[in-house]
Design a protein around this ligand. Structure first.
Ligand code: ADP
Ligand code: ADP
Length: 229
């Protein structure tokens, strides 16, 4: 599963002010689409519509061919993980931040789950010794470390569809590149949407969609877009 499609999607937050003006794309299961474009183009709106924070006003969004309005909210949201740009962490342990809301309120269970995720996914890429610190309170984390925790939290859901909404763009470019390369390793076979305004972030996408003022300006592989100049 995990095929995602937008079919002529239209949306506006307010009446008579369209934001998305007929956006169409298809991502096969495990495909990676990068959405780029200037600020205000409607990139984050695409992410919000997939998670159904809002509903489309025209067209439809499907997962594996099914209109997402026909999927229960809990089922839909269990299939999708979103990592936003600005992560707010609880003033607590890494383990709590990763596991909270996933494993109930039972602290040992949360931290156990976080350790499992740590070994199997993202926390592994934190600097030496972090895994052992998964239960330590009051850690001072850098922006990059916070984003790794946020990503680990999302990956613990094991969502077939992953949306990275400028998830690394607030970081310095070296940290961004490090996190991206870890993501590239672990998100293989996971349908992924990478929202970015920097082209450097999207080297590993299969396809690129350029969004401008709510419309698809260009769509294709790197090669096709380069050929067009
Ligand atoms: P991008 O992610 O490409 O920067 P957004 O999807 O965040 O763009 O926003 C697209 C447009 O929608 C912008 O003009 C923005 O001001 C507007 N917008 C975003 N969120 C809301 C909202 N909650 N209410 C009204 N307008 C909004
Ligand atoms: P979690 O599953 O991590 O508890 P949610 O499923 O509630 O989080 O939300 C996923 C992400 O979407 C969170 O990072 C949250 O900050 C963000 N989010 C929540 N509500 C909105 C909204 N109305 N618009 C955009 N993003 C939102």
């Amino acid at each position: 599963g995990g095929a995602l499609a937008f079919e002529n999607v239209q949306f506006g937050y307010e009446a008579n002010r369209p934001i998305l003006k007929g956006v169409s794309f298809e991502i096969p299961p495990g495909g990676r689409l990068a959405v780029v474009g200037p600020s205000g183009a409607g990139k984050s709106t695409i992410a919000r519509l997939i998670y159904r924070f809002y509903d489309v006003t025209g067209g439809r969004i499907t997962i594996d061919g099914q209109d997402i309005r026909q999927i229960t909210q809990s089922s839909l949201r269990s299939q999708i993980g979103i990592v936003p740009q600005d992560t707010v962490l609880f003033n607590d342990t890494i383990g709590y931040n990763i596991g909270y809301g996933r494993e109930g309120a039972d602290q040992p269970a949360i931290e156990e789950a976080a350790r499992g995720a740590a070994i199997h996914s993202f926390i592994n890429s934190l600097p030496e010794g972090y895994e052992a610190k998964v239960g330590e309170r009051g850690l001072k984390l850098s922006g990059g470390e916070k984003q790794r925790v946020a990503i680990a939290r999302t990956l613990l859901k094991n969502p077939p569809i992953l949306i990275l909404d400028e998830a690394t763009s607030a970081l310095d470019s070296r940290t961004e590149a490090e996190i991206q390369s870890t993501l590239d390793r672990i998100s293989v076979r996971r349908t992924t949407i990478i929202i970015a305004h920097r082209l450097s972030t999207i080297v590993d996408a299969d396809r690129i969609l350029v969004l401008e003022a709510g419309q698809v300006a260009e769509q294709g592989t790197h090669f096709e877009l380069l050929a067009k100049g």
